[in-house]
Write a protein that binds this ligand. Structure first.
Ligand SMILES: [Zn+2]
Length: 851
């Protein structure tokens, strides 16, 4: 018999001598008193005789424990979130039954079993009891082996007030009335990890069931929002079919419920068969929402459904694997969305998201994609752009290198090989390697285990050789770092001919035919590589206006994005960047314009309110206004991306360009849309909201705030909420900060309002001072993990005085999160850029515009 003491235990990993096989969980929530009672019976398989069982429990009061029917002693170890059960007699190898009774609280921290609220039509507050278990909060709902590798069957029963709706992972299989209460039993789940358990109870409405080739699909929401459910059901049905086909594996559970919740810390959660979402990511009216708002909904539904296989059916062994789980779902989300709406050109717009990863990955303080994780909280920092956007981009690069069909074969092989089990990252590489015959692990490992990414310099050596050299790209080019290289799949197009090389040393040479002289050379052809490209003068000269129009949208996007990065790194003067951007006057694709506008906003921040601002505004108008005029008025049947471009340019010309005409039109559009949401194109209505706010007075402020309070769709509500951070008036911006903490804004949104306020073009420093002075209050109120997202915007505070202020504050208030170091480094980079270039840029602007 193995005698164990709790002192000898690993603080982060439960002993594996006992493993749960099946949970019978019965919970009785009281929405009125925000509490619950529960009982769980767990079939436990014990390998060798043991004298105690160790499992997880947190914030629960355990009232009774038995093992095989006999009372057992127990102790709660709150520090380690564990329950230790010691029966009188040793537990023999074999199967035992552990039964535990407990009480708990429905908390307000949006984790574990928690309280979400909404106002009904009569203005009364209604409570929903719901769950968010990932990563380690299932232990707050019931005692369990709360690690992903302890997969088990969950049989869930909810005992609720008679008039309430209850959903969980499985289909409802039995309903009875006991003492005036409704007791609902749900079908057993497949074996799965505890972080995927879901329970939702409340006064909720449920749509009719959509039959998706035999899979029942429904949407669950607060009453009165049924008219906003069609779009999500359509995406859900499409995605379910698409994934079954892509993976070549049937949907692994018995139904899908998509649940819209008024309070939710993350965006959505892939609980098996019971997927939970923020309301704005599920409930939408396509006739009054923008392409971005619709795409967000489609993306997130596809993302969570992709997880039903990749994540739920096959699961990471431990939290170090969370990056692959999320990166893969991100990749599949784009692929499915691209199939759903090809006209949205989703792989092109993914380039914009990839730039978000480049932004962090160009810092010395970036991290490797995967890293060792001891404590589950070590993995908290994995929920960032390097996991989702870099990870997703690396998979896209691999897919484009192997070819989509070979990639898909490998994925299907991986899922079949490891179904219902747990894996490490390398298992995926090995599976794709097995089916493709390519050295996938050798290619991918350096991308996963080295920080950063390369810049590939392309140069002509005479007329017959194209030379490619790779270096790590950093914004701080003076920094001393290790010389790293990556195995880079590079697609090179010369004229119309594309070749692919694997650049796996510091440089390589590609022979050009003599008749290639003068042809356009595109390195990173197709645009999917996770690297930047620097062309020498000779190659750049071949990328003139005629050549540009022959490039794909993503290739042109990359040119602009790389130029902006070169400016941040100090290699391209702001005035030269502006001139470069002005070469894109004929551009008509939204994604490229988005890169241009991002660069213009960055240039605007170098000037602040100082001299040069008026000249800069003229240049912005000169660049963007002709395209806006050329697009004309919205037309019935025009592409969604054309309408989206018009909205983007209204914002750019109206706010960055300070154009009085566009500002006046924006007020008209805003008034018309306020009177009738269907009277104005949604892209114009949304853009106008921002312009009206950025140029609005106190009366406008009150009007927008009231629209936020009375909004009838989640999209209208959020547009107005975030617009409150756009006002160009110190008092109004401070009013927004106070409003964010007033209780009128849900804590799921408040951190993001404050982030937007800190990012305000002119008064961000005031918002920062507010946040600094309200730190303790915000920290106590906001969901865990959201403070760091709020802080992200301090990177825009680009004076050394503010760099020092921010650094001093965080020296006193450490966050224990490596993302903070990244934010502070980026702030220093921005301050350096402004200090070095702001004045000369202003002088050059004032000296005259070449256009
Ligand atoms: Zn995910």
């Amino acid at each position: 018999m193995a005698v164990t003491t709790t002192e000898s235990l690993d603080p982060y990993r439960l002993p594996t001598t006992a493993r749960p096989r099946r949970y019978d969980v019965r919970l009785r929530p009281s929405l009125e008193s925000a509490s619950f009672t529960g009982r769980v019976e767990i079939d436990v398989v014990v390998d060798t005789d043991v004298d105690m069982l160790v499992l997880n429990a947190a914030e629960l009061v355990v009232t009774n424990c038995t093992v095989d029917g006999a009372d057992a002693a127990f102790e709660l170890d709150e520090a380690n979130e564990r329950l230790v059960v010691r029966p009188d007699a040793a537990i023999r190898a074999g199967t035992s039954q552990l039964a535990i009774e407990f009480d708990g609280v429905l908390n307000d921290k949006l984790r574990g079993f928690y309280r979400s609220t909404y106002r009904d039509d009569d203005g009364n507050e209604q409570v929903i009891a719901t769950t968010q278990m990932e990563a380690t909060d299932c232990r707050r709902a019931f005692p369990c082996w709360d690690e992903p590798e302890f997969k088990a069957v969950f049989a869930i029963t909810l005992d609720v007030d008679a008039d309430l709706t209850a959903v969980s992972n499985g289909t409802e299989v039995e309903r009875s009335t006991i003492e005036g209460r409704t007791v609902i039993r749900f079908a057993d789940t497949m074996v799965m990890s505890s972080y995927l358990v879901a329970l939702v109870v409340g006064d909720l409405a449920v749509t009719d069931t959509v039959d998706v080739d035999g899979i029942p699909l429904r949407l669950v929401h607060v009453p009165g929002k049924g008219h906003l459910t069609d779009f999500a059901l359509d995406v859900g049905a499409f995605s379910l079919r698409w994934f079954q086909d892509y993976y070549g594996i049937a949907y692994p559970s018995d139904k899908v419920d998509l649940v819209a919740l008024p309070d939710f810390a993350a965006g959505a959660m892939e609980n098996l068969g019971c997927i939970t979402f923020r309301e704005n990511l599920l409930l939408i009216d396509p006739s009054t929402s923008t392409q971005s708002e619709q795409q967000n909904v489609a993306d997130v539904i596809a993302h969570e459904l992709a997880h039903m296989w990749f994540g739920d059916l096959v699961t990471m062994r431990w939290w170090n694997g969370i990056w692959l789980n999320e990166a893969f779902a991100t990749f599949m989300e784009i692929a499915a969305c691209d199939a759903y709406r090809p006209d949205w050109e989703r792989w092109t717009s993914f380039g914009v998201e990839r730039s978000g990863a480049f932004e962090v990955d160009s810092l010395l303080t970036t991290r490797t994609v995967e890293f060792e994780v001891h404590s589950p909280s070590d993995a908290d920092a994995m929920f960032d752009v390097l996991t989702y956007q870099k990870g997703g981009s690396l998979l896209r690069m691999l897919e484009q290198y192997l070819g989509p069909e070979r990639f898909r074969e490998g994925v299907g092989h991986y899922l079949r090989l490891h179904a219902h089990a747990n894996t490490e990252t390398a298992d995926l590489w090995d599976a794709i390697e097995a089916t493709s015959g390519e050295p996938v692990r050798r290619i991918m490992d350096p991308w996963i285990w080295q920080p950063g990414y390369p810049l590939i310099r392309a140069s002509l050596d005479g007329t017959s050789t194209l030379r490619l050299q790779q270096h790590r790209f950093l914004f701080d080019g003076d920094a001393e770092t290790d010389e790293l290289t990556w195995p880079v799949p590079v697609h090179v197009r010369v004229g119309d001919t594309t070749t692919t090389v694997l650049l796996d040393s510091s440089e390589t040479a590609i022979a050009l035919a003599d008749d290639d002289a003068g042809l356009t050379v595109v390195v990173n052809a197709g645009g999917s590589g996770y690297f930047r490209v620097g062309y020498d003068d000779a190659l750049r000269a071949r990328l003139g206006p005629d050549a540009l129009s022959q490039l794909t949208t993503l290739e042109r996007y990359n040119l602009v994005d790389d130029a902006w990065a070169a400016t941040v790194a100090g290699e391209l003067a702001p005035i030269d960047l502006l001139a470069f951007l002005e070469g894109f006057r004929d551009e008509r694709d939204h994604a490229v314009w988005q890169a241009i506008v991002i660069a213009l906003r960055g240039l605007g921040r170098l000037l602040g309110d100082g001299p040069g601002r008026d000249a800069f505004r003229r240049r912005v108008r000169g660049l963007a206004a002709p395209t806006l005029a050329d697009l004309g008025e919205p037309e019935q049947g025009e592409s969604g991306l054309t309408a989206k471009l018009r909205g983007l340019l209204v914002g750019a010309v109206g706010v960055l360009g300070g154009d009085a005409g566009v500002q006046a039109r924006s007020r008209e559009w805003y008034d018309a849309a306020s009177a009738d949401p269907n009277a104005v194109d949604p892209e114009l209505a949304a853009a106008a909201t921002t312009v009206v706010a950025a140029t609005g007075d106190a009366a406008t402020y009150e009007r927008l705030r009231d629209r936020f309070l009375d909004a009838t769709t989640p999209q209208e509500q959020l547009r107005h909420l975030y617009a409150l951070a756009e006002f160009d008036d110190a008092d109004l911006l401070l009013a927004t900060c106070e409003f964010a903490l007033s209780g009128a804004v849900k804590t799921q949104n408040a951190p993001f309002v404050l982030r937007a306020a800190i990012a305000n073009r002119h008064h961000g420093a005031l918002a920062w001072a507010f946040v600094r002075d309200s730190w303790a209050e915000a920290d106590a109120a906001f969901p865990p993990g959201t403070m760091i997202r709020m802080v992200d915007a301090v990177k825009f505070l680009n004076t050394y005085e503010l760099v020092d202020d921010v650094a001093a504050f965080f020296a006193e208030h450490p966050m224990g999160d490596q993302r903070l170091g990244q934010i502070l480094e980026r702030q220093r980079i921005n301050a350096r850029l402004r200090t070095r270039t702001g004045e000369s840029f202003a002088t050059q602007l004032a000296a005259g515009s070449p256009s």
